[in-house]
Design a protein around this ligand. Structure first.
Ligand code: AGP
Length: 607
């Protein structure tokens, strides 16, 4: 969503703020800005567009001061103009905000009636205006903040500066993450610890309705009732080294190529290769007894969940329900006593998924979160956390976090199947060994990147692209379409192959590329029939299959992308690589901003 950062210390604030915003830019990049206190009055600098625009402005017109706040924006209310960029400032208060103030209209009307002049179209501006209004009525800054916060409805993480007092910086949190960074003679605020890694690895996370007074020497946290509370300081493992692209042109390319390594690392957190056993220490639910597993997520994470449905039902015979969080959170789904609810979210902060988690908590489910962010809100609100070890994923398009989610879910399916006796020890060991072979199989696919890049050229001029898959390849078809849409802006749809004849087949002609994901599994022959239906209508087929599949059906395809033959359980982790590379190279050919596609953000922490 948006990224916020603040520093109160002795060094110049602006360079630290800009460096921190670079690490937060993946959360949104419609505009950026900073504000500092200079001789106790507020100075600001804001720019529409990427952070580079703000940097250029600061070169010409630097902003001094050792206390400052910064913001990089994903627009919710108000176009991404300079006037709508954060920080929002009055004559007394500067504020940066991540989230949405849902009752901003009534507050805005009330404050305008009280004589306040608004400069922007944003929801955020009501915060500095309300605090200023209360201070003008005689409250101190602390009193004004303490009185203003309960009046706000919606989600917020706030950084606040008050003119006339360069000894404090104030933070507040409800629904959007906010970390306090503990330095030596300097203190920080940030949306996530990644932004602070070069300066401190000691952070504490505010809880909902907390607010904090930060001085150069420390922080005092207050809960929603105004009581002073302690929040533990933890040491993160995040490195201070700037996360670079290495010798790749984009973070997405780097992260696609990291997959064999990080999938292997993630797998071995749950797979005891010595004894060929799956291990889930601390998962305190009986996989034999569990009556149902409900899987909820958004976007690519929801497609990892949908893939897991095939494995958990097919292998372990566990009843599974999958839904996207934005639907699940409102449909009052009945949930069985003793059920497990598993939330998939690389950021662990997606608002819809977090809300769905809280609904399942009310339904007394055993809550598990599968995430790449151990310190996230969802992780903190779960009974058990399954961690992926993908490392920070900077590209907005999820790639390595997706395959790491898949490998954990596949391992869980094997563990559940063995616990329920639907597979014996030997079959479980065989399945796990197949997952253990994934790093080499995935590396094999990535070696064929240049051929896949050539195939991507055939998508470049397409108006519509169809992706088809059956069984566990169906979610991969959906993921392929999502990837192509979100980074190349080419319209694409993913469909269950068997569904094509119920409508989408009308789309097919010689202008429509149809990407068929069909490893030589038990559904292969059915997929070949669908492929022939496409060929009969001159559809331009791109077949993603293995050697056996290519031999059997390659003749009708314009292009065949061959992947290594693997166990059906491992197959989605192998066939998803060509769809990632196709979308990446199509986007590069179209010149879109691959790592920061338009209108998107890495973590959507608002509804
Ligand atoms: C995937 O490429 C997108 N960036 C998006 O769909 C993402 O998967 C979704 O927003 C969920 O994010 P999360 O995993 O952090 O919850």
């Amino acid at each position: 969503m948006c990224g916020i950062i603040g520093i109160i210390g002795t060094r110049e604030a602006a360079p630290v703020l800009v460096d921190g915003l670079k690490r937060l830019e993946y959360r949104g990049y419609d505009s950026a800005g900073i504000a500092t206190l200079v001789n106790s009055h507020i100075e600001g600098c804001r720019a529409p567009g990427k952070l580079a625009n703000l940097e250029a402005k600061l070169l010409v017109d630097p902003v001094p001061g050792t206390v400052g706040i910064g913001h990089t924006r994903w627009a919710t209310h108000g176009e991404p103009t300079e006037a709508n960029a954060h920080p929002h400032m009055t004559e007394k208060v500067a504020v940066v905000h991540n989230g949405i103030i849902e009752n901003f209209r009534e507050l805005r009307d009330e404050l305008i009636a009280a004589g306040r002049n608004f400069q922007s179209d944003t929801d955020t501006e009501v915060v500095p205006q309300l605090i200023t209004h209360l201070m003008r009525q005689g409250r101190t800054a602390r009193e004004a903040v303490a009185e203003a916060l309960p009046r706000l409805r919606g989600a917020f993480a706030l950084g606040i500066l008050v003119a006339g007092d360069d000894q404090i910086m104030i933070g507040a949190r409800r629904g959007s993450p906010l970390a306090v960074g503990w330095g030596d003679g300097e203190m920080f605020l940030a949306s996530d610890a990644l932004a602070l890694a070069p300066y401190t690895q000691r952070v504490s996370y505010l809880e909902d309705d907390d607010w904090v007074e930060v001085t150069r020497d420390g922080a005092t946290v207050f809960d929603g009732e105004g009581n002073e509370v302690e929040r533990p300081v933890i040491v993160t493992q995040l490195s201070g080294a700037a996360i670079g692209k290495g010798n790749y042109r984009h973070f997405m390319a780097k992260e696609i190529h990291e997959q064999p390594e990080v999938v292997g690392q993630t797998l071995h957190a749950y797979y005891d290769a010595l004894n060929d056993r799956a291990e889930f220490p601390g998962l305190d639910i009986d996989l034999f007894e569990v009556p149902k597993i409900t899987l909820v997520a958004c976007g690519t994470a929801s497609l990892a969940a949908l893939t897991a449905k095939y494995w958990l039902e097919g292998l372990a015979r566990v009843p599974v329900e999958v839904d996207v969080a934005s639907e699940f959170r409102y449909r009052q789904a009945p949930m069985p006593k003793g059920g497990m609810a598993l939330f998939v979210s690389q950021s662990g902060e997606t608002a819809d998924t977090l809300a769905a988690l809280r609904y399942a908590r009310e339904q007394n489910q055993y809550i598990v979160t599968l995430t790449n962010t151990p310190t996230s809100t969802m992780a903190r609100e779960s009974d058990h956390v399954l961690l992926t070890r993908a490392g920070p994923e900077i590209g907005v398009a999820a790639t390595k976090t997706f395959t790491c989610q898949l490998v954990v879910l596949a391992t869980l399916a094997v563990a559940a199947a063995e616990a329920r006796g639907t597979i014996d020890r030997g079959e479980a060991a065989k399945k796990l060994a197949a997952l253990g072979d994934l790093p080499s199989a995935m590396s094999e696919v990535l070696k064929g990147e240049s051929a896949i890049e050539e195939v991507a050229r055939s998508l470049n001029e397409a108006r519509d692209v169809l992706y088809l898959g059956r069984g566990p390849s169906y979610p991969i078809a959906l993921e392929g379409a999502l990837k192509l849409k979100e980074i190349s802006y080419i319209h694409a749809e993913g469909y269950a192959s068997g569904e094509m004849k119920h409508g989408p087949i009308a789309l097919i002609d010689e202008h429509v590329p149809v990407i068929v994901i069909a490893p030589s599994d038990e559904l292969f022959d059915k997929s070949v029939s669908n492929l022939e239906e496409v060929a009969a209508r001159k559809g331009r087929i791109i077949l993603i299959t293995d050697e056996a599949g290519a031999e059997a059906a390659g003749g009708s395809a314009e292009h065949v992308i061959t992947v290594p033959q693997v166990d059906p359980l491992a197959s989605p982790l192998v066939t998803c690589l060509p769809v990632q590379l196709l979308s990446y190279h199509a986007a590069v050919l179209r010149g879109t901003d691959v790592d920061q596609p338009r209108n998107l953000a890495k973590s959507v922490t608002v509804e």
